[in-house]
Design a protein around this ligand. Sequence first.
Ligand code: SF4
Ligand code: SF4
Length: 173
Amino acid sequence: MGKEFGQYVLEKSRQKVSKCLQCLKCTSGCPIVSWMDYKPNQINRLIQMGDKKKVLSSSIIWLCVGCQTCVTRCPMKIDIPLLMDTLRSLAVKEKVSKKPNITIFHQQFLNSIKRWGRAHELELIGLYKLKSGSLFQDIKLGQEMFLKGKLSILPEIIKGKKEIKEMFSKGNG
Ligand code: SF4
Ligand code: SF4
């Protein structure tokens, strides 16, 4: 299973985690490392060891904001955010995430992009709140944002919506 997991990650992300030197350059530059249970270099080690369970239930895969700092610092050019995309998608597929609300938000965000080509915030927040069972939480904040024009009722019409849908179909999104 360990070997299969490593192979899956390699094929999907095209990142050669086996080449990681454990030099810590990624971890020492990551702006949100103090909130992560496993650090970027540690998650690489877990992938090398084939510990699928720990990897897929870790917080790092949901907390990584894709800022690319680690990518620019890595001597082996390992693209950790790309790796996190692969791991997030596998965690959703296998329903193993210990962060159900983040998983719900992630899924609703992708659904919104698929539907409109970019996130429609009002719909995204509404569906997230409904599915996470916290519909009336933050309602005051929502009202204030709406009154300040931060949330529009209708989605923005963008160019290339069809191409984005096709991208999702190719990736089984
Ligand atoms: S891309 Fe993710 S892991 Fe890399 S530095 Fe940014 S937040 Fe940290
Ligand atoms: S910077 Fe690159 S080689 Fe160094 S620990 Fe991080 S991923 Fe591994």
